[in-house]
Design a protein around this ligand. Structure first.
Ligand SMILES: *Cc1c(COP(=O)(O)O)cnc(C)c1O
Length: 423
């Protein structure tokens, strides 16, 4: 470890040489009441606003103002097919084919809609496997699916737990569960990147294991989309869902994304909930024809979508296209590696990083466990202008996002943490 790397000069040098450095200025970085720019480390919770989002929204407001209903066909970006403008970029970000991806609804709603298709319990195979510390909404969703199908939500839930003294999931444990109970498990539904530890799971390995035991496999990629190379198509997963307001910077409560593997694209035997937007576009407005399902993920849509939300997603995806998702991943690995390096200087007796060390098993987030810490530490950090995220009992989650965070941010964060801990 070089002394040089511990200096502010080193961090500033890294920022100067960062090929993506111009992007930070294309985001609004919030400031404190006193006018100091925050060190914003919660892009994993709500991504920052791109400056161009406003003009994308204004375009749609103006088209609505000037064209009314005609905007469906006459708007600069006709609303009828607006969702198509998002598909290719979104497919690239999650490593899927365009036919496998649709932007619609919100994450938990999509999870339910896809379980309508991919959770088909029978008398003997009806259980759902999730990770033991799943995001609460995911747990509630799968429990309610169990009840919906007349099963007991305690007995029907199989938990993939971590081994003693570690917060990380391992595949041997999963395989053991599947060996014993695989024949009873209808669906495996886990978070692709764990929201708490930041662990990026091997989606392909889990899918292959699950399929080997006859289970359907789906992933919640809320913390993965825009953060890690998900390669959803190659993973072979049956489905995946994610939101766009975390790493995809599309604004609070914005629409979610869905992936349904190509091998299901033309299936008519899959149960699904439908609406007029799942129906063949050429006859949709005749309103009289029998249901004629659109092939691929588009065939899971229900309603005509909210264009304003899609416009803010487009503003963000255009930036991803411009910067190149692979370039963002390269910077992400450097930035988080630097963050890890600085944190380690604080000493193992003070802090422990529970996120995997291997850069291929994580995204940009590091989850930091601080000895004897409680929420007052988090409050002190906030007071010092560091916006991080506290999870009970003792974990601080920080996500230096390659699009807008800097090496300087990371350096100053660790300096402030050091100062607070020494007090
Ligand atoms: C953020 C997040 C959600 C949020 O669900 P919404 O339906 O968008 O409110 C769900 N699951 C996971 C794993 C998340 O990280």
């Amino acid at each position: 470890m070089s002394h040089h790397k511990l200096s502010l000069e080193y961090a500033l040098e890294q920022d100067k040489n960062d090929p993506l450095k111009a992007y930070r200025n294309q985001f609004h970085i919030p400031k404190s009441k006193h006018g100091d720019t925050w060190i914003y480390m919660t892009g994993n919770s709500l991504g920052l606003q791109p400056k161009q989002t406003k003009s994308y929204l204004n375009q749609e407001l103006e088209d609505w103002q000037n064209l009314g209903v005609e905007g469906h066909f006459e708007a600069k970006n006709p609303w009828l097919d607006y969702h198509k403008l998002l598909t290719d970029s979104m497919a690239k970000i999650v490593g899927a084919k365009p036919i496998e991806v649709i932007v619609m609804n919100t994450l938990t709603a999509n999870l339910h809609f896809l379980m309508v298709s991919f959770y088909k319990p029978t008398k003997t195979r009806y259980k759902i496997l999730i990770e033991s510390d799943a995001f609460p909404s995911d747990k509630y969703a799968v429990e309610s699916q169990l009840r919906h199908h007349g099963h007991n939500d305690k007995e029907g839930l199989v938990l993939w737990g971590t081994k003693k003294n570690t917060n990380l999931l391992d595949y041997d444990t999963l395989e053991t569960i599947l060996k014993n109970q695989g024949h009873e498990i209808a669906l495996i539904m886990v978070g692709g990147v764990n929201y708490y530890t930041g662990q990026f799971l091997d989606l392909k390995r889990i899918t292959e294991l699950g399929h080997k035991y006859g289970c359907k496999v789906g992933f919640d990629c809320a913390h993965g989309a825009g953060n890690v190379a998900l390669n959803l198509h190659d993973s072979g997963a049956d489905f995946a869902v994610w939101c766009t307001y975390k790493y995809l910077n599309s604004g609070p409560g914005s629409l979610g994304g869905c992936f349904i593997h190509e091998r299901h694209a033309y299936r008519k035997d899959l149960n699904r909930f439908t609406g007029w937007w799942s129906h063949n576009k050429t006859t949709r407005f005749k309103m009289r024809d029998d249901f004629d399902q659109i092939p691929g993920a588009e065939g899971w849509q229900l309603s005509n979508p909210p264009i304003l939300s899609m416009a803010s997603i487009k503003a963000s995806l255009d930036m991803f296209n411009d910067a190149g998702i692979d370039n963002l991943f390269i910077k992400s690995k450097k930035l988080t590696g630097y963050f890890e390096f600085l944190l380690k200087q604080l000493g193992e007796e003070t802090i422990r990083i529970i996120t995997p060390n291997n850069p291929n098993e994580r995204g940009c987030q590091l989850s930091i466990q601080v000895k004897n810490a409680n929420k007052t530490l988090h409050n002190k950090l906030t007071k010092a202008g560091i916006i991080s995220d506290w999870r009970e009992p003792d974990v601080i989650r920080c996500a230096p996002v390659p699009f807008y965070n800097t090496f300087e941010d990371v350096f100053r964060l660790v300096e402030k943490l050091k100062f607070i801990l020494n007090k």
